[in-house]
Design a protein around this ligand. Sequence first.
Ligand code: NAP
Length: 236
Amino acid sequence: MDPEMEDLVQLRGRTASAAIMGGTFDPIHYGHLVAAEAARVKFQLDKVFFVPNRQPPHKKDYQVTAAKHRYQMTVLATITNPHFYVSRIELDRPAPSYTIDTLRSVKELLGSKTQVFFISGADAILDILTWKDVDEVMEMCYFIAATRPGYRLEELGRRLGYLLKKYSHKVFCVEVPALAISSTDIRERVTQNRPIKYLLPESVENYIYKYELYKRAGSTLKTHVAQELKGNEVKD
Ligand code: NAP
């Protein structure tokens, strides 16, 4: 069994609540961490399991960084929070990573007394109608949609359509100002040799540089260091 999932089994049989924080985490950043912590406090969650996906159904495998790196960055980022855990449940399963399969495994491990929440970005949840076995997904958990500042909630209502009417008691939103940070922006910044400091934990920043993630083909650590030493060439 996934060692982190053994922690989940401890919740079995008692009224507890656990959340799955689903995402690609390419890379994980403070927006994700603040969103998970805000949800944990608001909904009194006992544990939050970060579940990096192997390959989201709507993305091709070459579009995401190797699972090994995304997993390790997620572990580094969550290590200081005693309520946060990282699960390999989707990484150890063949792609594509369907949320319904994860929920079925988690529910089986936990038993019926534990409430399960699924936290993700509101934009990811917008497309839920296209997800595999969406009605069963909605039956199995409560949803927490983390929104960026200025997010138009009516868009979520419009796109969720009949689901929101049927399951309105199961969908919640948490506004997370730190979600102004985005993984896409961080990847672009690294590619362009722009700073990423304070957007994500320092350990993850160091990891990105050590393994030369998000660099343009042909760009190496040496060129990054050369740019840093030149100083005035580093924009932003
Ligand atoms: P995505 O399309 O990469 O992200 C869409 C938006 O949501 C981005 O703005 C993203 O910001 C944000 N986001 C993603 N995960 C987040 C999180 N945990 N907390 C806060 N914001 C988040 O989304 P994805 O990562 O591929 O999918 C999100 C989750 O939905 C995953 O668990 C995935 O497996 C699941 N999903 C399931 C199905 C299915 O079962 N058929 C289909 C699609 C997605 P950042 O880029 O900054 O993270």
